[in-house]
Design a protein around this ligand. Structure first.
Ligand code: LMR
Length: 394
């Protein structure tokens, strides 16, 4: 049965992780996959998560099945974390999912089951897995312009203009914060305008929020999503805890739905549970249970928020220092946008050839579209790195 198989297309981000691992150069630099790193290049278990895991080990009496929706208290806590404490929670439901990717797939399956002919509009550029996951659920995709490489800013008018061509019932995927791969984010006025456009054209917002807490803060990073929730009748949300709880390999996320009534929200979450049952039956418990314990315990929650805030501040400081080094080395303001961007990523605007030269000649790894993971920037080698980047500009 396998004789006609062709090799699967490599995932660019994951493939690069492997090449980096095998590179013997001791001074190599990893600006690739989106994981937080501390100043030593480590991605530690967060303090509050570690404590919750210890309690879990001592207190958990059973590992019997919980069901396709996972941990009910985790789901309720995720609604509050994302929609806020004054959300209209009666119209919102959540289902635990295996990471943000699992949540994206459940949301896409729900959209397919609700409006089979809908097109999902993606930002150009977006995270490469978005299109694959959505098309994998059987939906078509289209793109709206988003990022201007020259200025490092958002093409907001072009984005709105493209969305004029969306049909009623189409779905618009928006990055809740910390746009991946660009780091360029909608401001709150732009969120309002987008919300009005969505309502006027009878579209459905689909928000992917995978970096809450890494941009302007936990609450501020959900502000755009909450503006939408005030204005639109229905929305779907894929959330990830991979980064903000640093539970990457434990696969913790949630798919959320806001409907016009509580009954419809219940129907929608039931469809997501049914999709989960056919895809993987039930989500893994351990990481979500630890996240639930952190969110429910005031002391653990405060500890987690402190650590997350320190991570965010470190990224902000790295942005400023890197932009300064690039300004010094290039004698230009070409890369000043790096300091203005928010979240884990910025896209430098280099060609694939330049990115490849950085890898081959200097051991500097970034994704082929010149996306860098800001958390991977080396504090003590900023000018060296900036100099290498300028050297390939040609
Ligand atoms: C990334 O964009 O690097 C992360 O979301 C990790 C991944 O799965 O691609």
């Amino acid at each position: 049965m396998f004789e006609d198989l062709q090799p699967a297309a490599a995932d660019k981000i994951l493939a690069m992780m492997a090449v980096y691992r095998d590179d013997p150069r001791p001074d190599k630099i990893d600006l690739g996959v989106g994981v937080y790193k501390d100043r030593n290049g480590a991605t530690p278990v967060m303090r509050a998560v570690r404590e919750a895991e210890k309690r879990l080990l001592n207190e958990q009496q059973s590992k019997t099945y919980l069901g396709p929706a996972g941990d009910a208290a985790f789901n309720t806590a995720m609604i509050e974390l994302i929609f806020g404490s004054d959300a209209d929670a009666g119209r919102i439901r959540a289902i635990q999912a295996p990471g943000g990717s699992g949540a994206l797939r459940l949301c896409a399956d729900l959209a397919k089951r609700s409006t089979p002919n809908a097109t999902v509009w993606l930002s150009d550029p977006t995270w490469p897995n978005h299109g694959q996951i959505i098309r994998g659920a059987g939906l078509g995709t289209a793109e709206y312009p988003y990022f201007d490489v020259q200025s490092g800013s958002i093409r907001f008018d072009a984005m709105l203009e493209a969305l004029r061509h969306a049909n009623a019932g189409d779905v618009v995927l928006l990055h809740g914060c910390c746009h991946n791969p660009t780091g360029a984010n909608l401001n709150i006025d732009q969120w309002r305008v987008i919300a009005d456009r969505i309502v006027a054209q009878n579209l459905v917002p689909f928000v992917d929020i995978a970096y809450q807490g890494f941009g302007d803060g936990l609450e501020a990073d959900a502000a755009g999503l909450r503006v939408l929730a005030q204005k639109v009748p229905e929305m779907i949300v894929a959330a990830s805890c991979s980064k903000n709880f640093a539970v990457y390999r434990d696969r913790v996320g949630a798919a959320l739905v806001m409907a016009q009534t509580s009954d419809r929200a219940e129907l929608a979450v039931g469809q997501m549970a049914s999709a989960a049952r056919t895809l993987y039956s039930m989500p893994p418990d351990h990481g979500a249970a630890a996240v639930r314990m952190v969110l429910a315990d005031p002391a653990l929650r405060a500890n987690w928020q402190d650590e997350l805030e320190a991570m965010r501040q470190r990224i902000l400081a790295l942005r400023v220092r890197f932009a300064d080094a690039l300004r010094r080395q290039s004698n230009s303001d070409r890369f000043d946008f790096v300091a203005r961007h928010r979240g884990m990523f910025s896209r430098l605007g280099l060609s694939e050839t330049q990115v490849e030269r950085l890898r081959a000649e200097h051991g500097i790894y970034m994704v082929g579209d010149s996306r860098i993971n800001v958390a991977g920037l080396p504090e003590d080698r900023m000018d060296w790195l900036a100099k290498a980047i300028v050297s390939v500009l040609g």
